[in-house]
Design a protein around this ligand. Structure first.
Ligand SMILES: C[S@@+](CC[C@H](N)C(=O)[O-])C[C@H]1O[C@@H](n2cnc3c(N)ncnc32)[C@H](O)[C@@H]1O
Length: 339
């Protein structure tokens, strides 16, 4: 009898203990390990001293990262891999560690209460102990705000580049990014298309951090900030309106309301682009999209992720005459609605 299809517990164990590997990477980012290696290899002893690690833990920590493909080792010297050099060195323009810094600081402890969230349907972040909601909390502390906005840039970097490449920007002149955070999307789109002008419509506290980021890319003359609250005010008009990782923060009525506001703010022929890690229509394969939805359970009172089909239905109901879904990168897709 063939044993090639023997059932083994390997996958179950690997997934069940997946947090070991995850937390090892998150601690390495927290410690700035990859940044310390930016200028070249270091010995175990040098790294141990620079990261202020205990002798007992250091070598296992480094070699675990080697075995996970996050470091390389030659004799006793450790160096970044191509991936960690590009994405996890803090001074790199393509640093995506902000999202993982936030995962380490906030999400890791909050996800410890997932079972409770599954029973109660209630958020497990600061709101649980009577604290303010997600955005109120983040925005009351400048360090948390910076960490969160940097995290969003990291999370959206790949999709922002894909949107810059895939959407027919030559047919449009102006774009408003609703809840554009630090400006990750607007910067990539405007760097790629010199005729475009963009506006970030976001809460007032975000303004200075956005302005600084736009200036650091030489785009201050084409990118501006408009502060506002999308629950209280209409959206600014533009040829294209974008919403990245916005709709999943809110409940169904709020999602529909935001799509309707976008419809009103667009001219005939204008486009709404919604992008995030959409759940596949069959709700079977995009684990990242589904896990993101559980993350919204942890972080928000009513937010949830959704499929491309769901979003196209909401767009049609708001009046959009054409809708389509296009894959961007990894788990991310965009839904485009044409008025
Ligand atoms: C999850 S982040 C998404 C950031 C960015 N669009 C991206 O995809 O990386 C949500 C953004 O919505 C903004 N936001 C939250 N509530 C808002 C409101 N009531 N009015 C305007 N912006 C809001 C936040 O400040 C934040 O920048």
């Amino acid at each position: 009898m063939s044993t090639s299809h023997a059932v083994t517990p390997e996958r179950v164990m690997q997934l069940g203990l997946g947090f070991w590997a995850s937390k090892t990477l998150l601690s390495a980012i927290e410690l700035g390990l990859f940044t310390k290696l930016a200028n070249g290899p270091l010995s175990a002893a040098e790294l141990t001293t620079r990261l202020n690690l205990h002798q007992r833990s250091a070598k296992d920590f480094f070699d675990t990262l080697v075995s996970l493909g996050m470091l390389e080792r030659e004799s006793d010297r450790y160096q970044n891999t191509a991936e960690t050099a590009q994405f996890l060195v803090r001074t790199s323009p393509s640093y995506i560690g902000g999202m993982l810094e936030m995962a380490n600081e906030r999400l890791y402890p909050f996800w410890g209460s997932l079972t409770e969230a599954l029973h109660t349907g209630a958020p497990q972040n600061e709101a649980k102990t009577g604290g303010p909601g997600l955005f109120e909390n983040l925005y009351s502390d400048p360090n948390k705000l910076r960490l969160f906005l940097g995290a969003m840039t990291g999370l959206s970097f790949g999709s922002a580049r894909a949107i810059a490449e895939k959407f027919p920007w030559k047919d449009y002149k102006t774009v408003v990014d609703v809840g554009g955070a630090q400006g990750g999307l607007l910067v990539q789109v405007c760097l790629a298309h010199s005729h475009l002008r963009g506006t970030n419509f976001d809460l007032p506290m975000v303004g200075p951090i956005f302005d600084e980021y736009a200036a650091s890319h030489g785009l201050s003359d084409r990118l501006k900030f408009q502060n506002g609250n999308f629950f209280k005010e209409p959206l600014p008009s533009a040829d294209v309106i974008t919403m990245g990782h916005i709709l999943h923060d809110w409940n169904l009525d709020e999602k529909r309301m935001l799509i309707e506001k976008a419809y009103k703010a667009l001219p005939a022929g204008g486009a709404l682009i919604v992008f995030e890690s959409l759940i596949d229509d069959e709700r079977r394969t995009n684990s990242f999209g589904l896990l993101m939805s559980l993350n919204m359970l942890i972080e928000t009172p009513g937010g949830f992720d959704y499929t491309g089909k769901d979003c196209m239905e909401w767009m049609r109901a708001a009046g959009f005459r054409e809708t389509r879904v296009e894959h961007l990168l990894g788990p991310d897709s965009m839904v485009v609605g044409i008025k």
